[in-house]
Write a protein that binds this ligand. Structure first.
Ligand SMILES: NC(=O)c1ccc[n+]([C@@H]2O[C@H](COP(=O)([O-])OP(=O)(O)OC[C@H]3O[C@@H](n4cnc5c(N)ncnc54)[C@H](OP(=O)(O)O)[C@@H]3O)[C@@H](O)[C@H]2O)c1
Length: 249
């Protein structure tokens, strides 16, 4: 296998119907992997992403707020011999909920979707991945996991929890030649923040806070995910790498 090629590998990218996940899934497909695109439910965007990838792509769905659906997804992959060697844990839900407007139900929803779903997927898929003695787990964290933003206190705490989970998974799976790393996006132009960034005044203020004075693209995040998935990243594990134009500083 060539150093940057992923032919013969299977990848699952959660939350790849759009945004960062879609860009990463398309890059992994272009590098030769068979890619499982994932969305919360069947839909036109998910179908379009799969179609854009061409032949070696499939769609899977599960609402990560529903933990039974997450478990069913893992069992479906095991049952169909589609356990990925490359697992990109990217899907998340996000709301502007802080300590000032704390909402227990909303926190549980975010925690289930962002953290517990990852625990379930890792718990069920890693034993199968270990058998192959080659694997990549890549988390999409957030700069908010390391840098506080009061309106994102609850979301940020789910991302901080993921970083600890990723480090532990890196430690436990290194002997099996499975690397586990986390990318930390800053402000990336996707559907998620399109509404907020459509306010020119807010967007200008935010750009000022970013040392590079611009927002990032899904492609820039996907470039790092694809590198971490490749053989060229074979000795990198337990890392947390910002893709944030310096916003983490
Ligand atoms: N954009 C940013 O500025 C930014 C910054 C830091 C970190 N991040 C992180 O980067 C990752 C991707 O963000 P993005 O901006 O690309 O997001 P996005 O454009 O909002 O896309 C979210 C993806 O997650 C899926 N998803 C949403 N709710 C889900 C649920 N309940 N169950 C399963 N899947 C669900 C969506 O599927 P459907 O299409 O089916 O809804 C979609 O594929 C997230 O983990 C986010 O926290 C983003």
């Amino acid at each position: 296998m060539e150093s940057n090629g992923l032919s013969g590998r299977t990848a699952l990218v959660t939350g790849s119907s759009r945004g960062i996940g879609k860009a990463a899934a398309l890059q992994l497909a272009r590098a030769g992997a068979t890619v499982l695109f994932h969305g919360s439910a069947p839909g036109a965007k998910l179908d379009a992403a799969v179609a854009e990838a061409g032949g070696k792509a499939l769609a899977v769905t599960a609402d990560f707020c529903d933990l039974q659906a997450v478990e069913a997804l893992a069992q479906e992959l095991i049952g169909k011999a589609l356990v990925p060697e490359i697992l990109v844990l990217n899907a998340s839900v996000q709301s502007y909920t802080g300590l000032g407007n704390f909402d227990a139900a909303e926190y549980l929803r975010m925690f289930n979707a962002n953290v517990e779903s990852s625990c379930i997927l890792l718990h069920l898929l890693l034993p199968e991945m270990r058998k192959k003695q080659w694997g990549r787990v890549i988390f999409t964290g957030s700069v908010n996991g390391v840098k506080p933003a009061s309106r994102l206190a609850l979301y940020g705490s789910t991302k901080a929890a993921l970083m600890n989970l990723a480090r532990t998974a890196a430690l436990e799976n290194a002997p099996f030649n499975i690397t586990v790393n986390t990318i930390l996006p800053g402000v990336i132009e996707t559907d998620r923040n399109a509404k907020a960034l459509s306010d020119p005044e807010f967007a200008a203020q935010l750009r000022e806070k970013i040392p590079m004075h611009r927002f990032g693209t899904a492609e820039e995040c996907a470039d790092l995910i694809t590198f971490l998935a490749s053989d060229r990243a074979s000795y990198i594990t337990g890392a947390e790498i910002p893709v944030a134009g310096g916003l983490q500083l």
